[in-house]
Structure formats: C-alpha cells, structure tokens
Design a protein around this ligand. Structure first.
Ligand code: AMP
Ligand code: GLY
Length: 433
C-alpha cells in the first residue's frame, strides 16, 4: 500500500523507519519530512496544514493510508476534511477528527471530559478573559505550588507552575489580560499541583478497541537534574521501572477504559493515538493531560521496542478493526537522547553542518530538526537529532546512545548527560516512587 506520513520531526522519522519495515508498505511519502525521512521514503514539500494540497497529492499518488504525526493538523480538522471530500473519503487515516482532537486542543474541554467520565485528575477551575478579577481573587485562596494552564495549543509552553500566590496572580494577568499565548490563553485553568513522578502512556484505539504501546518517561527540562525551562522533551526512556504490572492495571481500569467509554458515550469517534500524560501520586495514576498523537521524543524510544508490524496495526485502527490485535513488545530498554541546538528552547542559530552522521553504529539516529541542502545535512530546528540506544539493561542502552551522541557534532550542539540516571537510581534502590 501507498502511505503518506504527515509531519517533520523525530517522531516522524521514527514512524517512517518503522512503517518502512512493513512488507505491506509499497511507497512511503513524508510531508514535509526532514533529512532523515528522506533516507527512508520520499519527502514531499507540502506543509502539514495544507489540506487541499495534501488531498490532491493523495489522489495523484493513489495513497491508501494517511498517518498524521503532529497535533496541529488534527486540531485543524484534517480527518474532517478527508471525510467530507468525496474523492478522499475512501482513504484510511490514522488520527482523530476535530472533535476527538479537542482532548488535546482544549485543556478546558479535556478537564470537563475527565471529570464527566470519572478519570482521575487534579481539581481545576477555568476562568475566561473577562473573569481576570475573579481569577486573581480565587488565587488568593490557593496554596502554592499553583498550576496555571492556557486552554489552547501553546507549543508545550502553556503550563506555568508558580511557587507563590503573587507570582500566580501576575502570570494569570499576563495570560488572560495581556494574552501571553494569544487566543490559546483566552481561557486559563487554575489547577491543583500533583506531587509525583510522570509517565507517558500510549494507546492506539479505533474508538472501541485498543492496544497499549510501551510506556515511556520523558525529560522535559533543558538542564541536567530537571532544571531550567521546559522544552518539547530532551530525552525518553522505555520501559519505566515504576510502571509495574500492578500500576499499569490501574492505568488501564481507571484511565484508559473510562477514556474510551467516555468518547463512545459522548459520540466522539476516535481512530488514532491517545497519549496520556500521567502523574504517579503514591501509586495512584492521575491524568495531567491528553494528547491525541504520539509523543516526541517518546516515539523514538517506544517504536524501537515494538516487534509487531506497525502498518498492520495502523490499518486495523483506521478501519475500526483493532479487535483481536495484539502488540508484540520486546523487553529491551530504549534510551533516547535529544541533541539540540545550543540556546534552545530560547534563541538559537540554525544552518550548521552536522558531522559524524555517516558513521556506522549500533544506535538509531533519528532526525528531528535537520534539512538537506546541496547534499549536506544542516541543523534546522531546536531539537536536531534523537539518538536511541537499545540493550537488555538500562545502563547499557544509555551507554549506547551516549557513545553515538559523542561521535556527532555541530556548532553549539547540546545534550543532557543524565537521561535515564534517575530511573537507574530507582531501579537500584528498588523504590517505586
Ligand atoms: P502539559 O503541557 O500539560 O504536559 O504540562 C507540562 C508539564 O507541567 C507536565 O509535564 C508536568 O510536568 C507539569 N504539570 C502539568 N500539570 C501539573 C499538575 N497538575 N501538577 C504538577 N505538575 C503539572
Ligand atoms: N514529549 C512530550 C510531547 O510530545 O508532548
């Protein structure tokens, strides 16, 4: 079958790599892709939100399956566009419609969804722009740390955790009145702080049935020891030591099942990935957020642990026939280290030549922010490469990833040296949380 993958990050390179291994994949196109995806399939110069151009391309290349990587086209309604366009309706697509993507696109919507369907989550109150005075008054009654969340998509920057009421009041003013995140902060959630350790859980569902992918832990902060500003993610590890079978059973019964039942109850069809950001609070799962796509960089770790044919699963998902499908997961560890442009997540320069890419190695080198120019691979984004090592132990997997990272360079390249060390410590101490 002919497959079109939409997106251009490390997640998409990993998806392309896995899709290409399937005997069912005849041709693979990536729109717009990066220098890494160009090695696996054919890049197509169409932006992720140009639905008409993507649709025309699908007709021209007789695409059978579209896999949507990032959230933006989902929230903008790529599925709805394909389903309401006669010439595109027959094409299988992985990713929810606009209604389902609201689980990620609006934190107010997803909070109400969780409360309505009994999914454990932190208590929160939503305020609109004209209610800024009430929000400030309400904050005076809150106990720090206080979590503030912009309702809409804010490129991972919309959550602010404040350590004092005054700081929270200033931040809420910036968000609601000064529109710090534009329309995304026209509504703000004030949420209780959850004290625990985070886990990312991935579900592929057809709206009725589902398979659980391997879980992962993400490293969000730019600095070692989880310091400095939040980023899109600086590394990932899978499996996660505290995701014990007992904890994962709780996740399934208390979170995954009520989420899927809730979607059915609300008449929201959902064919795609649900990425559940969880906090493990004293061995109980609480949902921090839903995303309606795979995580990045978690995908670059998680997919290396799936032995099953991914295309088979994606097709079954898109057809609504996931029932009876199992997923084979290998028990090896995967450790992913993000190599980023110096200065990220704030200001950074792009366009530097990357050296060391062609060396043979045992680790996977997934491209994120790279571009091919005149035969040379140049940096083109904040997160540039995702290096994944796989091995039977956590230490060996990390060692493989770091050994490979040390052979790659460009001007001002930066990566965290401590990815997986916290989990190694927990493993050693035999303590869950
Ligand atoms: P989000 O954009 O919703 O993933 O939030 C970004 C990060 O903020 C999360 O990964 C958590 O580390 C943190 N966070 C969000 N909500 C809470 C909460 N209620 N309690 C503690 N930390 C939170
Ligand atoms: N790694 C977090 C995300 O993809 O949103």
């Amino acid at each position: 079958m002919n497959i079109l993958l939409v997106g251009s990050g490390g997640r998409e390179h990993a998806l392309a790599w896995k899709i290409k291994q399937s005997p069912a994949c005849t041709s693979l196109f990536i729109a717009p892709g990066n220098a890494g995806t160009a090695e696996v399939g054919k890049n197509v110069a169409i932006a992720i939100d140009q639905f008409e151009a993507l649709g025309n391309f699908c007709i021209q290349e007789k695409i059978d399956l579209v896999v949507v990587g990032p959230e933006t086209p989902l929230v903008l309604g790529i599925r709805d566009y394909f389903e309401t366009t006669a010439a595109l309706r027959h094409i299988l697509l992985v990713g929810p419609g606009k209604a389902g993507a609201q689980l990620e696109g609006s934190k107010d919507f997803s909070k109400k969804f969780m409360l309505r369907h009994g999914v454990p989550t932190a208590r929160a109150t939503t305020f609109q722009a004209h209610e800024s005075a009430q929000a400030i008054e309400y904050l005076a009654t809150c106990k720090p740390p206080i979590v503030l969340k912009a309702d809409g998509l804010a490129a991972g920057k919309g959550v602010i955790i404040t350590q004092s009421v005054t700081e929270a009041q200033e931040a809420v003013h910036e968000m609601l009145v000064q529109k710090k995140f534009g329309e995304a902060s026209a509504k703000v959630l004030i949420e209780d702080f959850l004290d625990g350790i985070e886990l990312s859980v991935f579900v592929l569902t057809d709206g009725t049935h589902y398979v659980l992918l391997p879980e992962a832990k993400d490293y969000k902060r730019i600095g070692e020891g989880d310091t400095g500003p939040n980023t899109g993610g600086m590394g990932a590890v899978s499996p996660v030591v505290f995701a014990t079978p007992e904890f994962m059973r709780k996740v399934e019964t208390q979170v995954v099942l009520p989420t899927i039942k809730g979607l059915q109850h609300d008449n929201i069809p959902f064919k795609g990935f649900i990425f559940i950001g969880l906090m493990n609070v004293g061995e109980e799962p609480f949902v921090i957020e839903y995303n309606t796509r795979m995580g990045d960089p978690e995908t670059e770790a998680v997919l290396t642990r799936i032995d099953s044919d991914l295309v088979e699963l994606l097709v079954a998902c898109a057809k609504g026939k996931l029932d009876g499908h199992r997923i084979a997961i290998n028990p090896h560890y995967a450790v992913t280290v993000i190599m980023a442009s110096g200065g990220y997540p704030e200001n950074f320069e792009k366009g530097f030549a990357i050296t060391g890419l062609s060396q043979q190695s045992e680790a996977h080198v997934f491209h994120a922010g790279t571009i091919l120019k005149a035969g040379e691979v140049l940096t083109s984004g904040g997160r540039v490469l995702a290096i994944t090592g796989n091995a039977p132990t956590l230490q060996a997997a990390a060692q493989k990833a770091y050994a490979r990272a040390a052979t790659i360079n460009w001007k001002n390249a930066y990566y965290r040296k401590d990815i997986s060390q916290d989990l190694a410590r927990i493993e050693k101490e035999g303590k869950a949380v």
